[in-house]
Write a protein that binds this ligand. Structure first.
Ligand code: SF4
Ligand code: SF4
Length: 89
């Protein structure tokens, strides 16, 4: 029987899962996403100014984000990338 080389190759560890990624430098701080989030886990980061001159939005509590994507739907600047929630196996 032949040995499958892919089966013996060490697998790289997966990066930590996150419900969404924010393209900080595209955010113009309009807060439409903040108002749309049903879990109230988005807020502007007033300690940071992005390259457009705005305070970018931050996810304040990833554990409460449901990946519902309401924020992505209302954002006019396509700032969010949403990932499907983890499933129990
Ligand atoms: S995906 Fe839903 S819960 Fe998560 S930040 Fe966006 S609107 Fe809020
Ligand atoms: S809706 Fe988009 S541009 Fe407006 S604050 Fe949210 S992420 Fe930034």
């Amino acid at each position: 029987m032949a040995i499958d080389p892919l089966a013996t190759r060490a697998r790289a560890p997966l990066p930590p899962w996150t419900p969404l990624v924010i393209a900080e430098d595209k955010c113009k701080g309009c807060e439409l996403c903040v108002a749309a989030c049903p879990k109230a886990v988005l807020a502007l980061d007033e300690g940071v100014v992005n390259r457009l001159g705005y305070h970018p939005v931050r996810l304040t509590d990833a554990s409460r984000c449901t990946s519902c994507a309401f924020c992505a739907r209302v954002c006019p600047d396509v700032v969010f990338t949403i990932y499907a929630p983890l499933r129990e196996v």
